[in-house]
Design a protein around this ligand. Structure first.
Ligand code: IMP
Length: 202
């Protein structure tokens, strides 16, 4: 079976991709399973550049078809911050809780109607030879005043989905994958992976 390397150490992302790709005719493996400890510096200025940097470096190292995603939260009242800096927003070594608290503190004076935001995800699929394809997903929502819910990871407890009347952290894995930025991008990636498999079989 063809192998697909998930180039992330984020257990939340691994859980989501494993579920999204469960029917795919690929053996999905992680960096930890491949004993790859390389940390690729995310020095790009946008999500696409960072996804490309991670996917190409790890495909070259592993000699495997590699999926890397770069994702982030854009808050309108903060001019699009934290964006590509979402993971480092409260400094190196900060926890998800620290990042959530820091973001809420930056929005203390902002009323509900102005707390609009979106999650964005860019997936880069890189072949060891150098070919690369991108898939995109976006999910709009509103930043709550307080965290709510225990599921998911990152900023999920403060990301409210008006149509569902819940935060992202109140959704099951399957519900989140149906609407999330990563779910949308991953369904596009799924089609690319099926096409790739079929072209190799020809
Ligand atoms: P990176 O893509 O690993 O650079 O980090 C993205 C960061 O954005 C994560 O560490 C989270 O803080 C945040 N993020 C990305 N996707 C999600 C999501 O699905 N839910 C909540 N936070 C997310």
């Amino acid at each position: 079976m063809l192998r697909l390397l998930l180039a992330t150490n984020n257990p939340g992302k691994v859980r989501e991709y494993r579920s999204l790709f469960q029917d795919l005719p690929y053996d999905v493996v992680t960096l930890a399973e491949q004993e790859i400890t390389t940390e690729v510096d995310e020095v790009g200025s946008n999500l696409e550049e960072n996804a490309r940097l991670k996917a190409t470096a790890l495909a070259a190292e592993s000699h495997l078809l590699t999926l890397a995603d770069d994702s982030g939260l854009e808050v309108d009242a903060l001019g699009g911050e934290p964006g590509p800096l979402s993971h480092r927003y409260a400094g190196e070594g900060a926890s998800d809780e620290d990042r959530v608290s820091y973001l809420l503190s930056r929005l203390k004076e902002v009323p509900w109607a102005e707390r609009t935001a979106r999650f964005r995800c860019v997936i880069a699929l890189a072949r060891p030879g150098g070919d690369i394809e991108f898939c995109h997903g976006e999910c709009p929502g509103i930043i709550t005043f307080e965290p709510c819910g225990e599921q998911g990871f990152g900023y999920d407890p403060i990301f409210y989905l008006p149509e569902l009347g819940k935060t992202m952290a109140e959704l099951s894995l399957e519900e989140k994958n149906r609407v999330s930025h990563r779910g949308i991008a991953a369904r596009e990636a799924y089609q690319v992976l099926v096409r790739l498999k079929n072209s190799l079989a020809e």
